[in-house]
Ligand binder design. Structure first.
Ligand SMILES: [Fe+2]
Ligand SMILES: [Fe+2]
Length: 334
């Protein structure tokens, strides 16, 4: 169909696309792109958007139980940022020709995924700090390289998201630091929380490279710029000194500085656990999707009202524009 409708042959379009990628320029929504590239991006950007929105749940559960007004204000701002991240990313996905309604249906019917980390429960207020420190910290490692990803709207969304993620990471670390300077009970609470979140945080980078069949193609397209294992290593190297400064122990007996590599050696997470959580058998999968489904159906009237209002406004605006046409011209000339 596209060949008949477009005088430029597909081979030439593909050549231009490859040249843009090779120059490390951006592919924009108006540009021709291979169908598989578009599909890969829809999957990745949608999964990312869903993670931001589902990720509001584990921490949102603690807003009403924050220990002080200051902590409540910080947590509210953070959870609200995540809603914004979801919004930027759904908007980026829309430029690829999929609607937010479609993507939400794919999420709540289980056909699209979100980050496995949000299927773990938050059991204490220390988890708010640990999520900021480790989960947002891992997100930063994953997302900073994505600022240079080949698809323009995705890369530009990531620039703003990364700035906010760095605030999230710091507020988490500062919360844990405050607790570590508190009572023995508070220190124990932090350690228990870190023990639970360490391995799932390492799983956030995805399976090992030899079990990640899509990585090579995503890298050739400039969608990904580093492999899962590279990013996981970067995260471990960044986090170990922070754990030392905090005074917590990371629950990995194999963790050790490797002088030769100039990096930390570390143990492997339980990959069977990751596959089980991805398949829907994590501790909170059912709860997270049920909550999102309920919010989606209870919010239907708001979406309908907003669309009706927007349609009426734009109809009114068109009528106004017709009547004011002469006046507009006068203003332009002035
Ligand atoms: Fe986020
Ligand atoms: Fe965040």
């Amino acid at each position: 169909m596209s060949v008949a409708a477009n005088p430029v042959p597909e081979s030439l379009l593909e050549e231009r696309f490859e040249a843009t990628i090779a120059r490390k320029d951006r592919i924009e929504p108006r540009d021709w792109m291979p169908e598989a590239y578009r599909r890969t991006l829809v999957r990745q950007v949608a999964q990312h958007a869903h993670s931001e929105i589902i990720g509001m749940q584990p921490e949102g559960a603690w807003i009403g139980r924050a220990p002080s007004l200051r902590r409540k204000a910080i947590l509210l701002a953070k959870v609200q940022d995540e809603a914004g991240h979801g919004l930027y990313l759904y908007s980026a996905a829309e430029t690829l020709g999929v609607s937010r309604d479609e993507l939400t249906e794919l999420l709540i019917s289980g056909r699209q995924k979100y980050s496995s980390i949000f299927n773990y429960p938050t059991l204490s207020y220390a988890d708010v700090g640990t999520i900021g420190w480790l989960v947002d910290g891992a997100a930063i490692c994953n997302q900073v390289p994505l600022c240079r990803t080949s698809f323009g709207p995705y890369g530009r969304a990531m620039i703003r998201i990364c700035k906010e993620e760095s605030f999230h990471q710091r507020q988490g670390y500062e919360l844990l630091l405050t607790m570590m300077r508190g009572t023995a009970e508070q220190r124990a609470m932090v350690q228990e929380s870190v023990d639970r979140f360490w391995w799932p945080s390492l799983m956030m980078f995805g399976p090992p490279d030899d079990a990640s069949p899509n990585t090579a193609r995503s890298m050739a397209w400039g969608v990904k710029t580093h492999t899962n294992d590279e990013l996981r290593q970067r995260f471990v190297d960044m986090t170990v000194p922070q754990a030392d400064a905090l005074g917590v122990t990371l629950p990995d007996p194999d963790l050790a500085w490797n002088e030769e590599r100039g990096s930390y050696d570390f143990g492997q997470p339980d990959w069977d656990e990751l596959w089980a959580v991805v398949a829907g058998d994590g501790p909170c999968n059912a709860q997270r999707v049920a909550h999102r489904t309920r919010a989606w159906s209870e919010g239907a009237w708001v979406r309908e009202a907003a669309l009706a209002y927007a349609a009426r406004e734009s109809a009114g605006h068109e009528a106004d524009h017709g009547a004011d046409h002469g006046a507009d011209h006068g203003e332009d000339a002035a």
